[in-house]
Design a protein around this ligand. Structure first.
Ligand code: FAD
Ligand code: DLZ
Ligand code: SF4
Length: 510
């Protein structure tokens, strides 16, 4: 008797566990381009085009390998629910098999549809991660705090990555973060921008045509430039290129920001990792190999492996551990609407304008831009976290809820009150000035706080501390700014608080 295997748009690996469990002779694979999935978040056109193009090319590979495949192009089905009912009513299946999806929402949709059709449903763990959600919850049991660093160390030991004899980290230290905080100083030439592969590629072109026909317009962003690839073989080339040319400098310039370079020395592999075109194991193994063969220094290799083996695995486990209600948390009770410049880039704040123009053009911004520019501003300006999360889920090529939500709500917005981050990631113009070249060309001055030309981040920063000091006073990592605030005289405090409120009221014209 046949099984019905579903493969979702972010599960495009030949090592997909549900596919691995299937029989070519008996079972049927189903994939579908769904209108609801293309429109449930304010997706960037490049994100939708990337996923659908990758799905079509992956489907071709499955067909070439002889799998029985039901592939539905855009326009036929709206939702997973109608898809499952259609498939089950046109065949006889003993069960549905599927790898765990990247969202609670999709898991519930499949569970409901299988239940309604009275068909058993089997879930499989995603083998492209080092760890599973259940391993994370075992680790989390009984811990007061769930800090990435300790999960990372466990995984390094368990998988013997950058380890001497499974006990001692290479170089004697677990973490080289202290060496990874340099602004770009021109000591190393900036890497070339990624090649623009489209939109001339024939599969991509036909996908864009279908999107224009079937998905409600307009979608966010542009697609005149498409720096992404859509097949595993090309994604592997991108990974190898990064390891050879940019990994050696990745650590040193990890936190740097530049006005005219959206990528610096970052890897640009997140869309491939998150859709199954690359596995976390191969990324870490290649990076470790670069260290062992003396092609990249330890601070760079450890910094990169910490992102993939540390942050990515931790975030994955954390998302499933927190459950669906996590999305609603709003520790600071912030409720201001998202400013329209998050969509249009029309603001005089150069750091924000440049970041959002980059997102419009590439569906990408590197980590520090996401955290310390758009995230930091949203937190300081007291924007509603759910609105901010919806934006992040839509505008980035690599955004799936399991990774977007903990990063945005937990890390950038401290919306869970510190369950994920040990302190709010807030900074004034001084930090942005130190780590970037934005401020030099901005109409605002990072040295001023109250004047008309003062950098808005400054008064917003102090307004945030002044407003929320009671919620933060027990956090030892916040004691310094709270003490500084307390040392300001009443007149200065009042001036900063009223400037901060005034900035929030006039946010649309900043
Ligand atoms: P690099 O800087 O080269 O890092 C290498 C890899 O490490 C990344 O490809 C990614 O797979 C992994 N990684 C690094 N940091 C993280 C992290 N914090 N969480 C999970 N994986 C990490 N990442 C996403 O993949 N999807 C998202 O939707 C997403 N949303 C984010 C939202 C906010 C507010 C913040 C602060 C971060 C978010 N991140 C997200 C994490 C990180 O910014 C991106 O993974 C990274 O910028 C992707 O670019 P890159 O491949 O060049 O990464
Ligand atoms: C994000 C996305 C988009 C745009 N389109 C599809 C699609 O047409 N078909 C599909 O199976 N998945 C798509 N996805 C990914 C889903 O929204 C969702 O994130 C994953 O199914 C979670 O595993
Ligand atoms: Fe951003 Fe302020 Fe610098 Fe302008 S001065 S770029 S607003 S940090």
């Amino acid at each position: 008797m046949a099984k019905l295997i579903f493969i979702l748009g972010d599960q495009l690996s030949l090592n997909n566990a549900a596919l691995k469990s299937a029989s070519k002779q008996e079972d049927v694979i189903c994939m579908a381009e769904l209108i609801d999935e293309c429109s449930y978040a304010p997706h960037h056109i490049q994100k939708v085009a990337f996923i659908l193009t990758a799905m079509r090319q992956y489907a071709k590979t499955l067909e070439r390998k002889g799998w029985a495949l039901h592939y539905h192009r855009l326009g036929k089905f709206n939702s997973f629910n109608t898809l499952v009912h259609h498939e089950l009513s046109h065949g006889t299946y003993t069960e549905i098999s599927i790898q765990y999806p990247g969202e609670h929402r999709v898991k519930v949709l499949f569970e409901e549809a299988a239940n309604e059709a009275d068909t058993p449903l089997t879930w499989f763990d995603n083998p492209l991660f080092f760890s599973t959600p259940s391993q994370f919850s075992e680790w989390a049991q009984g811990r007061k705090q769930l800090r990435m660093e300790y999960y990372y160390r466990e995984l390094r030991k368990k998988h013997g990555i950058l380890m001497q004899n499974h006990h001692q980290p290479f170089g004697g230290k677990w973490n080289y973060d202290q060496d990874n905080r340099k602004a770009y100083d021109q000591a190393i030439k900036l890497p070339m921008l990624p090649k623009n592969n489209g939109p001339d590629h024939p599969v991509l072109k036909s996908v864009i045509k279908d999107i224009n026909k079937h998905v409600k317009q307009p979608l966010f962003g542009r697609i005149d430039y498409f720096p992404w690839v859509t097949q595993r073989s090309d994604a592997l080339k991108k990974l190898n290129h990064f390891i050879k040319h940019r990994l050696p400098y990745f650590g040193t310039y990890q936190d740097a920001m530049l006005h005219n370079h959206a990528f610096l020395f970052h890897s640009l592999i997140s869309p491939y990792l998150n859709t199954g075109l690359l596995s976390a194991h191969e990324c870490c193994e290649k990076a470790e190999q670069a260290y062992l063969s003396k092609q990249a220094p330890l601070n760079a290799v450890e910094g990169f492996i910490r992102q993939v083996l540390g942050w990515r695995e931790y975030i994955y486990g954390y998302y499933w551990f927190q459950g669906p209600a996590y999305h609603q948390q709003n520790f600071f009770e912030h409720n201001h609407p998202l400013p329209s410049f998050y969509w249009t880039a029309e603001t005089n704040m150069l750091c924000i304008r440049s970041t959002i123009e980059g997102i419009q053009k590439y569906a990408y911004a590197h980590h520090i831009l996401r955290l310390m520019i758009t995230g930091n501003f949203a937190l300081l300006a007291k924007i509603n976290p759910q609105d901010v999360c919806d934006w992040y889920l839509g505008v980035f090529i690599d955004a799936f809820e399991w990774v977007e939500l903990p990063n945005t709500l937990g890390m950038a917005l401290y919306g869970d009150g510190g369950a994920l981050a040990s302190k709010p990631y807030i900074a004034s113009g001084n930090y942005i000035n130190k780590m970037s070249d934005f401020c030099k060309a901005c109409i605002y001055s990072p040295k001023e706080s109250i004047t008309d030309n003062a950098c808005p981040f400054n008064a917003l920063y102090w307004g945030f501390i002044g407003t929320h000091q009671s919620k933060l006073k027990n956090n030892p990592r916040m004691s310094m700014p709270i003490r500084t605030w307390g040392n300001f005289n009443k007149h200065k405090q009042q001036a900063l608080l009223s400037k901060s409120s005034q900035l929030i009221e006039s946010i649309e014209v900043l």
